[in-house]
Design a protein around this ligand. Structure first.
Ligand code: GAR
Length: 208
C-alpha cells in the first residue's frame, strides 16, 4: 500500500478527485494517510474530514521565522510516514530539506503545459490569465516531481486542453481541471502506487 499525504491550500477539487479515484478503484494500492493545509479555512480540509481522513493546518504565519516553520512542517510530515507527498494546489514553497528527504517522492499538479506559464508567480488563476494574454490555443496540465526549483522537476504526465474563444480565466481554469488535472493527478498516483514509474537521469520514465 502506498501511503500518500496530500498538501493543499484552497478548495481541494484535486484532493476530491484523488479521494474519489481511491474510492472507485481508479487509484489502486493507495491509502490517503493525511491532508495538510497551510490555510485553516481551506475547504479542502472539510473535504478530507468528511471522508474520515486526518486533516490539519500548519501555517508559516504562526511561526516567528520561516526556518522554524520549515522544521516543524518537516517533522509533521515525517510523523505521517508517507511514501509519497502529493501537492494538490499547495501554494507554499517546499523547504529544501523536505525535497532532499523525499527526493523523487513528491509530485505536484500544475495547471499549464510546463515549461509554459510556470515558475515563480504562476499559480491558480494567474496561470490562465497569462495563457489567455499570450493567446495560446492549447494549454493543459502537468504532473511533475518536485525538485529544488519552482516547477522544474521531472515531468511525469501532461494533458493538453483547448482554449476556446470567449474563455475567461475562470472558464479556462474549470476546463483544465475537468479535462486534465482531475484525470492525470489520480493517474500519476496509480502509476506510482503500482511501481510503474522511475526517475532516471533527471527524467521520469513510465513502464508500460
Ligand atoms: C489547481 O488548478 C492546481 O493546478 C493549482 O491550484 C489549483 C488548486 O485547485 N496549482 C498551482 O497553480 C500550483 N502552481 P484545487 O484546490 O481545487 O485543487
Amino acid at each position: 500500500m502506498l501511503r500518500i499525504v496530500v498538501l493543499v491550500s484552497g478548495g481541494g477539487t484535486n484532493l476530491q478527485a484523488v479521494i474519489d479515484a481511491v474510492s472507485s478503484g481508479r487509484i489502486t494500492n493507495t491509502e490517503i494517510a493525511g491532508v495538510i493545509s497551510n490555510n485553516k479555512s481551506a475547504y479542502a480540509l472539510t473535504r478530507a474530514r468528511q471522508h474520515g481522513i486526518p486533516a490539519e493546518c500548519i501555517s508559516p504565519k504562526d511561526f516567528g521565522t520561516r526556518e522554524e516553520f520549515n522544521s516543524v512542517f518537516l517533522e509533521k510530515i515525517k510523523e505521517l510516514c508517507p511514501d509519497l507527498l502529493v501537492l494538490a494546489g499547495f501554494l507554499v514553497v517546499i523547504p529544501a530539506a523536505m525535497v532532499e528527504e523525499y527526493r523523487n517522492r513528491i509530485i505536484n499538479i500544475h495547471p499549464s503545459l510546463i515549461p509554459s506559464f510556470c515558475g515563480t508567480g504562476y499559480y491558480g488563476l494567474k496561470v490562465h490569465e497569462a495563457a489567455l494574454a499570450r493567446g495560446v490555443k492549447l494549454t493543459g496540465a502537468t504532473v511533475h516531481f518536485v525538485d529544488e526549483g519552482t516547477d522544474t522537476g521531472p515531468i511525469l504526465l501532461q494533458k493538453a486542453v483547448e482554449v476556446k474563444s470567449g474563455d475567461t480565466p475562470e472558464t479556462l481554469q474549470r476546463r483544465v481541471m475537468e479535462e486534465a488535472e482531475w484525470k492525470i493527478l489520480p493517474q500519476a498516483i496509480d502509476l506510482i502506487a503500482n511501481g510503474k514509474v522511475r526517475v532516471e537521469n533527471g527524467a521520469a520514465v513510465i513502464e508500460s
